[in-house]
Design a protein around this ligand. Structure first.
Ligand SMILES: [Zn+2]
Ligand SMILES: [Zn+2]
Length: 229
């Protein structure tokens, strides 16, 4: 029988803490069994269930565990490549829409925008690290502030399609081994995962903790001992 310790059962707050917890549970096993590309394929496999739920218009609850698992595998890729998820997300979304620079109610995201960052202006926001959300829930709140209005009037399927687009872009960068581009694309994948959670009204922080509460969701060990699946 496993004896949980305080450390094991402490709920992560910041994205760095989530990343560290998932590294402790799965880091060793993933490195032994998978390549980063295979971790990304796991995300793709999980997207099937979401697409199916959207097509059949089934209950939101059916999607929640898959969304948490997608988060888990996204973190697996980033842990593998030693990319800090919080840095990646803040670099791309430093508290504002990086396309139109508003803090609230962006509408530009509904237009076709080519990402042409104004680095000087963006760096000004990036440097203000005091404003980095302290938890996954706070990140979700921030995205709701910036994109909530347009998110509300966009169909769930469209948001999911946008997530898939970003996942495809991340796959391209992984295959081309461009770490900086991969970092930026991974931020978009997470941003659109959060956007989907906002749209279907689930708290990603809650569902991730529900799935990975300090241990592997399958073998229930603090350090996963699951075989290859
Ligand atoms: Zn905007
Ligand atoms: Zn396990």
């Amino acid at each position: 029988m496993k004896t949980p310790t305080i450390e094991v059962n402490t709920r992560p707050e910041s994205l760095k803490e989530w990343q560290a917890m998932l590294k402790r549970i799965f880091g060793e096993r993933n490195k032994k069994l998978y390549t980063p590309a295979e971790c990304l394929l796991h995300i793709l496999e999980e997207t099937r269930g979401i697409a199916q739920s959207l097509r059949k218009e089934t209950d939101t609850r059916e999607m929640t565990e898959r969304l948490a698992t997608i988060f888990g595998w996204l973190v697996a890729v980033l842990n593998y490549l030693e990319i800090d998820m919080e840095d990646a997300l803040w670099f791309k979304y430093p508290g504002i829409c990086p396309y139109c620079f508003v803090e609230k109610n962006c509408l530009c995201i509904s237009d076709e925008h080519k990402y042409d960052p104004d680095e000087v202006n963006l760096n000004h926001f990036r440097r203000d690290t005091e404003r980095i959300p302290r938890s996954l829930s706070e990140w979700q709140k921030l995205f709701k502030e910036i994109y909530g209005r347009v998110n509300d009037i966009t169909m769930r399927q469209q948001i999911w399609n946008h997530f898939m687009e970003e996942l495809a872009e991340m796959s391209y960068e992984l295959r081309h081994k461009d770490k900086q581009q991969l970092k930026e694309e991974s931020a978009d994948v997470l941003a659109w995962l959060i956007a989907f959670c906002i749209r279907i009204d689930v708290d990603l922080d809650e569902i991730v903790w529900h799935t990975y509460h300090g241990e592997c969701n399958v073998c229930a060990n603090a350090v996963c001992k699951c075989p290859y699946v």
